[in-house]
Design a protein around this ligand. Sequence first.
Ligand code: SF4
Length: 472
Amino acid sequence: MKAKERMAIPRQYPEELTPEERVKNFKEVTFGFDEETAIREANRCLQCKKPKCIQGCPVRNDIPEFIALLRDKKFEEAYWKVRETSTMPSVCSRVCPHEFQCEGACVRGKKGDPVSIGMLERYLTDWMVAHGKNLAKECALPNGKKVAIVGSGPAGMTAAYILAHLGYACTIFEALPIFGGMLSVGIPHYRLPRDIIGAELYSLKNCGVEIVYGTTIGLDKSLTDLKNEGFDSVFLGVGAHDSRKLGIEGEEGTEGVLHGVDYLRRVLSGEDVDVGEKVVVVGGGNVAIDVARVALRKGSKDVFVLYRRTKEEMPASGIEIHHLEEEGVHIEMLAAPIKILQEQGKMTGVECIRMELGEPDDSGRRRPVVKDGSNFIIEADSIIPAISQNVNHTANKGLDMKLESWGTYTVDSKTLQTSEEWIFAGGDDVLGPQTVAKAVYQGKVAAESMHRYMQGMDLCEGRDLNCYMVDW
Ligand code: SF4
C-alpha cells in the first residue's frame, strides 16, 4: 500500500456502551476492535523512518514494528514484540493517556488524527486472551536471593515480574487487602476490568511471587526489619495515595467533605459511600473525572466538576472528558471553591469565586487569576476535592531517607537507588502522580539496578543509561 493510500484511511473508532446504559453500571465502556478494524487501523501507520511514537511512549515500545506484525496478522509475534519492553500492555493500552504519550507524538497527528496505537495494543492483548495464549514468559530457577517489594501497584508489579524472572524470590507487601495499588483502588472498573488485574496477579504468583496483604511497612514492620529478615534489596513502590487538601474554611470536620482518592478507594473496595444527590468535584485531572463518573454510577443525580482553568487546560485525557460530558456531568470552568458552607456540621453548599486566565506559568498553562467580587454559591450535599496526591512516608519510619522538597523520594535519576543503597524506589512515590506507563518504566529501571546491586555489579557500567534520561 502506498503512503497516499494509507493517508486516505480515516482513524477507526471503537464501539462504546451508550451513556444511558453505562451510568447504570461499572461495565467496560469501550469495546475492543475486531480483526478487520484493527488491520484497517494498522494500515494507517506510515512506518516512519524516524518514528516519533517510540519517543512518546514511556516504556519505549517498538510501535511501528508491532503494528507491522499486526498488519500481517502475526498477532502473537506482535504481542511479544510489545512484551519486550512493556510488562503490562493489557493495562497500559486501556488506561494510558495516549494523546499525551505515543499518539501525541505520532506524525500522522500533525495533519489529522494519529494512529490509534492504544487500541491496536489492546487488540493484541485481547487476541492473546481470546486464543488461550500464555501471557507471561517462562519462570526462572531460584538464584537464592530474596527481594521485598513494598506496594503492589504497577511499579511494584513490574519490579516483581522482572526480578522473579531473574530467579529472585520476591515478596510483595501490600497494606490493603486487595492487590494492584492504584489500578484497583484508583481506576474504576469501567476503564479497567478487574480480570485484567487478576491476570497480572496470576502471572506473578505463577512464578512464585508471594503477596502479603494487610501489612503496612513502617507500622507492622520496618524497612530495617526486612533487611534483618534476609531480604537482599527492597523496592519501594508505595505510590502517592494521600489526597492534597484545598486548604479552605470548612474542609476539616464537615460532614459531606471527602477527598478524591479516598472516595475512590472506599467505593472501589466495595464500601457503600453515600455522597447525596448533588455533588461538586474539584479538579481537572483523571482522578476528578473518575470521581464524578463513579458518583453518577453510585446514584448521585446532579454531579459537576469545578475547574479553575478552561477545558483546554484540563490535564485529564480528552476521551475521559468526552465520556464525562456524554454522561451528563457539567464542567463549571474558571471557578474555584473558597469556603465550604455548613449547618450544624453538615455541608449545605460551597462558596466559589470566578477566575480568569493570566500569563502562562512554569507548566506553560495560563495561570488562573481571581476575579474580585465574583463570589457565588453552589448548593450541594458533598464536595470531593481531587486536586492531586502526595506521597505518604509511613514506609520509611525509622530511616532517615532523603526526600525532595515536594515529598517524593530522592533517587539517583539513572539507577533509582535511594539514599539507602539497598533500597530502590520508583513510580508515583518518585515521580508524583503519573501515568501507569511511567510507573512501569521506573519499575523496569529499578529492577535492573537491584539485580546489579545484588550481583555485586556496577550499577551503571555497560548499561545504556542515556535511554533512562527521560524528560518528563
Ligand atoms: Fe506509525 Fe505514527 Fe509511529 Fe509513524 S509515528 S511509525 S505513523 S505510529
